[in-house]
Design a protein around this ligand. Structure first.
Ligand code: SF4
Ligand code: SF4
Length: 344
């Protein structure tokens, strides 16, 4: 009986466009919580970023009725990457299945409706997605903290807690998979050294975190290291040999070409507030309405890091911007341009 339900659910998940599906018992993720504690000890300055994560390791605190967790994975490495956005935006945000016009969004909701039609109580996305996927035997962690499935690490994970017992999947013997001998590329390549040793990470130094959740300017020391990334960062996945040749680029993601036409470093910087709020913000919503300055500062920093003289007028003009943070970043960018000239 339990076996029948899990077979039915998995069949429906695959029909709903998921590439992998596994089911585990709903219980605390003790190893996840232990790893959070280790990170807090290693990176005390980033404690505030980790504390909110503990609840993801305690599914029953949110849903004490939960019996099982359904874990579904989609790969997004099938989409065509607009060249103009590569190395500016993290790819997961370009192919974001949470956008209500994406087929991922529609299919996810239909799958959830199906669970409800089966009489199940559901709670979506309340657990640590990567640990749930590993426990369900769908992938392994590697040194860069991402989970690697048979499709590589460019995957998106959805989870549901449900109130029905089912047949459970077995996790692999090893949670963290051995990387090829001597490979350390992700750690060596991390621009800000947020990755400094195996399977750990200082969230407060990660470009992704800094590019969209900052409430102040990043330190001068780190600005240059952040390179041209405006929203997110893919370096530690892009350099990984386990991801080589994983992009098949066989499908177009809806509306991405249209948005890529209004996005470049100059275009974002000079974008009027109306377009920023009504076009860019709904698409990349981690930068909140009260931090529009962050878009400007991220693009100024990225322009300075290209070293391309074509941006110098715009940077000079930005030194008179109304916003104090934008002015400060522009002055830094200008100084950096002077250094380029000096070193030529
Ligand atoms: S996403 Fe970028 S900054 Fe963050 S850990 Fe990976 S390489 Fe480092
Ligand atoms: S880059 Fe190398 S060390 Fe890092 S996760 Fe990939 S295989 Fe492992």
């Amino acid at each position: 009986m339990k076996d029948d339900i899990s077979t039915k659910i998995k069949k429906k998940a695959y029909e709903s466009g998921y590439d992998l599906c596994g089911i585990i018992e709903a219980k605390p993720f003790n190893e996840f919580n232990d790893h959070i504690k280790i990170r807090v000890e290693k990176f005390p300055k980033s404690t505030y970023l980790y504390e909110s994560l503990y609840s993801l390791g305690e599914p029953l605190e949110k849903a004490n009725w939960a019996k099982s967790i359904i874990v579904c994975i989609r790969r997004y490495n099938k989409y065509k990457i607009p060249q103009s956005l590569d190395k500016l935006f993290g790819k997961v945000y370009l192919f974001d299945g949470r956008l209500n016009y994406s087929k991922e969004y529609v299919e996810k909701n239909l799958f959830e409706d199906y669970l409800k039609e089966q009489g199940m109580k559901t709670y979506r996305d309340g657990v640590t997605a990567r640990w749930a996927a590993v426990k369900a035997g769908l992938g392994h962690f590697r040194k860069n903290n991402f989970i690697y499935t048979e499709f590589g690490s460019y995957v998106w994970i959805d989870t549901w807690m449900v109130d029905v017992e089912m047949e459970y999947d077995k996790e692999y013997d090893k949670v963290i998979k051995d990387c090829p001998e001597k490979c350390n590329k992700c750690i060596e390549s991390c621009p800000t050294k947020a990755l400094s040793e195996d399977f750990t990470m200082d969230r407060g130094s990660c470009i992704a975190q800094l590019s969209f959740f900052s409430t102040d300017l990043p330190s001068e020391e780190i600005r240059e290291k952040m390179g041209t990334w405006v929203y997110g960062c893919d370096v530690c996945q892009d350099v990984c040999p386990m991801n080589i040749n994983r992009w098949s680029e066989e499908e177009e993601f809806p509306e991405l070409n249209e948005i890529s036409e209004i996005i470049s470093l100059e275009k974002i910087f000079t974008m009027d507030e109306n377009t920023l709020m009504n076009v860019l913000k709904p698409r990349f919503w981690y930068i909140s309405e009260d931090r529009i300055w962050l878009w400007k500062c991220n693009t100024l920093r990225a322009m300075a890091n290209t070293g391309d003289n074509k941006y110098s007028k715009l940077i000079k003009d930005a030194c008179n911007d109304n916003n104090d943070k934008v002015r400060k970043m522009a002055l830094w960018a200008l100084k950096k341009f002077d250094t380029y000239k000096f070193n030529k």
